[in-house]
Design a protein around this ligand. Structure first.
Ligand SMILES: [Zn+2]
Ligand SMILES: [Zn+2]
Length: 157
């Protein structure tokens, strides 16, 4: 078992570093949750637009259809931008690697020794017995950095 290890100072994180980095991550997680909510609204808007196009008779031929189409396009662009911003946000404040990527530590509980996944299996943590499943999005929460093991967020992202 390896403790959370700071690759920049090449030493395990000290208590001071941990609390400092966790505090700095609070802003990131707040922003991430905000962007995620925004993404949810966009998806809702997209769905509503699709329904309107189907329900309003002849809307595709009329001017209303163009308006809805333009609205949908705008929502799509918003979704794309939100997705990109969210991906860019999730960097570990300790080792500066991407939190979405799987490393040697468990993103759920932060313990070392995550078993890598194969073609048909997801990475698995023997400590908390969780699988890091991914299909059309992430099916696990990130509480710790998977690369250095730094514990970041109690609730998880
Ligand atoms: Zn890290
Ligand atoms: Zn775990």
């Amino acid at each position: 078992m390896l403790p959370p290890f700071n690759p920049i100072t090449k030493a395990p994180y000290t208590d001071g570093e941990r609390s400092h980095l966790r505090a700095s991550f609070e802003q990131v997680s707040a922003e991430y949750r905000r962007q995620k909510r925004l993404g949810g609204w966009c998806m809702g808007g997209l769905f509503l637009g699709m329904v309107l196009l189907q329900v309003v008779p002849g809307s595709i031929q009329s001017g209303g259809g163009i308006l809805i189409g333009l609205g949908l396009l705008a929502v799509l662009i918003m979704l794309l931008v939100t997705g990109l911003r969210m991906a860019g946000l999730l960097l570990c404040p300790g080792c500066h690697q991407k939190l979405e990527e799987i490393g040697a530590y468990c993103p759920e509980c932060g313990s070392h020794g995550l078993k890598p996944g194969g073609w048909f299996s997801s990475p698995h943590c023997p400590t908390c017995n969780r699988k890091m499943r991914r299909n059309k999005g992430r099916h696990y929460t990130i509480r710790a950095c998977s690369h250095c093991g730094l514990y970041l967020d109690e609730k998880g992202l």
